[in-house]
Design a protein around this ligand. Structure first.
Ligand code: ADP
Ligand code: MG
Length: 189
């Protein structure tokens, strides 16, 4: 993979991961580890795993979803490119929208930036409508603000009318990184 351009200073980002084909847990944990390495993510915090009813096209297996918050020094378009490359590495094949997938990585929030290009819309245009995105997100990012809607994730979850099934499935698939542990230790004094 190319050396990535870095921006000045880190941005607080929120990502959504989903998988409903193959070894779902391995795809989520493995793709996160890989992204952590290639995008040099810091202070990675991972939500619990949630089992969720498929959205849109219903005749497909349940998803496992998780949300990840991290500090990122890459521009958003570069981060998206890496997410797409890793989806392919972890076996994602082209299918129609809403259909089953080995792995999906979406950029939900990129700091407080609003981005609208041909390939990237941030905040993610559907995040506030999806309980399977907001419930995991609230584990790690209840206080993160969706600029366009002027509300934090906890508030978006309260306002969300989606009644889709979203159940806690398991603990976070990966422990907080050592960087984060050190911060927690410092904050606790
Ligand atoms: P979806 O996640 O909508 O089910 P895909 O993962 O196949 O579908 O993504 C389709 C396209 O959506 C990507 O090629 C990407 O360019 C675009 N896209 C726009 N905004 C975002 C975003 N915030 N996060 C991820 N992909 C995005
Ligand atoms: Mg996607």
């Amino acid at each position: 993979m190319n050396k990535a351009a870095r921006r000045d200073g880190d941005v607080d980002i929120l990502l959504g991961f989903g998988s409903n084909l193959g070894d779902r847990r391995a795809a989520l944990a493995g793709s996160l580890r890989r992204l952590e390495q290639v995008a040099h993510l810091r202070r990675v915090r991972c939500s619990r795993l949630y089992a969720t009813a498929p959205y849109g096209v219903e005749d497909q297996p349940d998803f496992l979803n998780m949300a990840v918050r991290a500090q990122c020094a890459l521009p958003a378009d570069e981060l998206l490119r890496l997410c797409k490359t890793i989806e392919k590495e972890f076996g994602r094949r082209p299918r129609e929208r809403w259909h089953a997938r080995e792995i999906d990585i979406d950029i939900l929030l990129y700091g407080r930036e609003q981005i609208n290009t041909a390939v990237l819309t941030v905040p993610h245009p559907q995040m506030h409508l999806r309980r399977f995105v907001l419930l995991p997100a609230a584990d790690v990012a209840a206080d993160m603000v969706h600029t366009g809607r002027d509300a934090d994730v906890a508030r978006l979850l309260e306002l969300c009318g989606d009644a889709g099934r979203v159940d806690v499935y398991d603990a976070a698939p990966c422990p907080p990184d050592s960087d984060h542990q050190a911060t927690v230790a410092r904050e606790r004094g």
